[in-house]
Write a protein that binds this ligand. Sequence first.
Ligand SMILES: [Fe+2]
Ligand SMILES: [Fe+2]
Length: 234
Amino acid sequence: MEQIKINQKLGEIVTMLPNASEIFKNAQIDFCCGGHRTLKEAVSEKGLDQEVLLNQLNAAYQKFIEKAEGEIPATASDIDLIDSYIMPHHVFTKQILPEISELAGTILRVHGANHRELFTIHKLVRNLEADLEQHLIKEETILFPAIKEYALNPDENKLRQVMEQINETEDEHDTAGAILKELRVITNEYSVPDDGCATYDLTYELIQRLESDLFEHIHLENNILFNRFELKAV
Ligand SMILES: [Fe+2]
Ligand SMILES: [Fe+2]
């Protein structure tokens, strides 16, 4: 099984293991602003025990993988994985993104003068929306059909095409993860200011819902579906 390594960047670790953010918080490691640092750098800065933290992260990662895999029958084919497990995340994302985007515009208009960070939040949300809209279309119209074709009639050429597309897709996952990380920083971990309103609360709540769904979604793609192809291509 893949393991979390000491030379990995904090941001990457949070993408692999969503609740790593809790472990980092408890260890008082700033994974938001310092997400580009490696675990090794963060640990030595804080004078923490490298081994203890790494073991804790890997134990949590193992549980996370077991839980995620436990929900997916080992016999699920690549086509099942796409249609029954991944596509519901696409439906959810397509439904929640326009809602968040509209709400970000509303709170910008009402509170932007007093909370200038809402201008950046609005832009980040719109960028995330545009990126994810294209990303889902690319998966649904290029990558998933290529995987399904390969599943029905495998050959080397199709495998190469799938792998090329997978690499591009993984880069896009990193880009979306980076925007979500920036949102977490700029919203101060989604703390609504005292003069915020119910719409403000709802906007932050929905962005967090999208974030946690997206982590699960990316996990199914990167670590389960794509991993099967990475093993075939070795
Ligand atoms: Fe997807
Ligand atoms: Fe994806």
